[in-house]
Design a protein around this ligand. Structure first.
Ligand code: PLP
Length: 453
């Protein structure tokens, strides 16, 4: 089949394609960047420009692009059994083997998984599961779920409702009831009048205040990412998670650790919860589960919740056509097997995570950078107008987006969240490639500074 020219593709895209998270009018004026191929940690567009993908797609291509083993796993499964479901007492080998492997890799109190097609569906499942759980425990009034401002938990109605992004809540009508949001542990933008630890404690105290306002017997769960990704790679102060953990135990509230980004090695452990010593009751996962090669997600369920669902729950009236899809499950299984065989988590924890921390911190010397932070292979740069005061540029200048566009032209994919530049590269990145990434980021920052003069 003849390939369409990139001009033709752009015209058809503008004419017919409504992209996610996109201003359609602006896109129509500028046209899309068409990505045509990828290999390792690099992507290439239709004009032949090669870019280091420091976002691993959308925080997901953990093993990098072009892994033939994943292609082969998909091909073999498509030939043998392309589709069958897990409803009504049926299953198939890839779903079973993936469930066993996931539960073996998860914290040891998590021995069950419910499969979904995405992270959003996983979080919808979480909402139904936690409320169902408390009803089964004879406490149906435990309905409220506490989440955080500026959190992202997906784009389905429940995912959006758990999320704390004001712009999303401003569209599409009412959210799912009985979900409330508390302040996020974002020290750089919200806490610099205190020490990081005092701020972390204050953010944990805000959860307790909300519990008491709502009534402690009415709160079902608290949901948060170990490190907040889409909000701006927000690494909480050291004091935050121990204080939160203690308080949830005090009021008997379930902990849901959204591992959609942090899971599968991003923070240098299989799950971000392990880095912080958390023992979540539920862990939604997706993205890195299949390195993004095929869509699959799930909710890992701790023994306490699973036992009640199994022993007392009867039929759980919930499921998706693609829950545990055999081809997606086969690719996810192969992905996890490759990660284990190649020691990818150890590579992040012992090699490239510490190396990125060292090289990334050097960017704090740049006149535009107020803070450079990273943990494992997630990191952020805070772009500021005044370093000493940590003062941001006027919002209308759109400095983050300017820097992001310059990055593209420089050969680097970084994401802008306001004026915060975020990275989350493939976990297979090497030290030499980190040097390349830091060099490209420096060049992009220099050019951004020059344009702002
Ligand atoms: N949870 C978190 C923490 C995410 O970052 C995302 C996506 O970015 C989701 C949930 C939603 O996942 P999906 O886009 O697969 O529905």
């Amino acid at each position: 089949m003849a390939r369409l020219s990139s001009e033709r593709l752009k015209a058809l895209d503008t004419a017919h394609h409504l992209h996610p998270f996109t201003d359609y009018k602006a896109l129509g004026e500028e046209g899309s960047r068409i990505i045509t191929e990828a290999d390792g940690i690099y992507i290439q567009d239709a004009e032949g420009n090669r870019m280091l993908d420091a976002m691993a797609g959308l925080w997901c291509v953990n093993l990098g692009y072009g892994r033939q083993e994943l292609v082969d796993a998909a091909t073999a499964q498509l030939q043998q059994l392309p589709y069958y479901n897990n409803f009504f007492k049926t299953t198939h080998p890839p779903a079973v083997e993936l469930a066993e492997t996931l539960c073996r890799l998860a914290p040891k109190h998590m021995n069950r998984v419910f499969f979904t097609g995405s992270g959003s569906e996983a979080n919808d499942t979480v909402v139904r599961m936690v409320r169902h759980y408390w009803a089964l425990k004879g406490k149906p009034e435990k309905q409220w779920i506490i989440a955080r401002e500026n959190a992202y938990h997906g784009s389905t109605l429940a995912g959006m409702s758990l999320g704390g992004m004001a712009a999303m809540h401003g569209q599409g009508g009412p959210a799912v009831p009985a979900i409330t949001h508390v302040r996020q542990p974002y020290w750089f933008t919200e806490g610099r009048d205190m020490s990081p630890d005092a701020f972390g404690q204050a953010c944990a105290d805000a959860i307790e205040e909300r519990i008491l306002e709502l009534g402690e017997d009415k709160v079902a769960a608290f949901i948060a990412e170990p490190v907040q990704g889409a909000g701006g790679a927000i690494i909480p102060p050291q004091s935050y998670w121990p204080a939160v953990k203690k308080m949830l135990a005090k009021y008997d509230i379930l902990l849901v650790a959204d591992e959609v980004i942090c899971g599968f090695g991003r923070l240098g452990e299989w799950f971000g919860s392990e880095h912080y010593g958390l023992e979540p009751d539920l862990m939604p996962v997706a993205k890195g589960l299949s390195s993004g090669y095929l869509p699959i997600g799930g909710v890992l369920v701790g023994d306490r919740v699973a036992q009640t669902l199994i022993e007392d729950g009867g039929e759980f009236f919930h499921g998706f056509t693609y829950s545990g899809h055999p081809t997606c499950a086969a690719v996810a299984l192969k992905n996890l097997q490759l990660m284990e065989a190649e020691g990818v988590v150890e590579h992040v924890r012992d090699e490239v995570g510490p190396y990125l921390a060292q090289r990334w911190k050097e960017l704090e010397q740049h006149p535009l950078v107020g803070e450079a932070r990273s943990l494992g292979l997630i990191g952020a740069l805070e772009i500021v107008a005044d370093k000493a005061a940590g003062k941001r540029f006027d919002k209308t200048l759109g400095v983050g987006n300017l820097c992001r566009d310059i990055c593209f032209d420089t050969g680097l994919v970084m994401r802008s969240v306001g004026d915060t530049m975020v990275i989350s590269p493939p976990l297979v990145i090497t030290k030499a490639q980190i040097d390349e990434l830091v060099g490209l980021a420096t060049a992009a920052l220099d050019e951004t500074a020059r344009r702002l003069q």
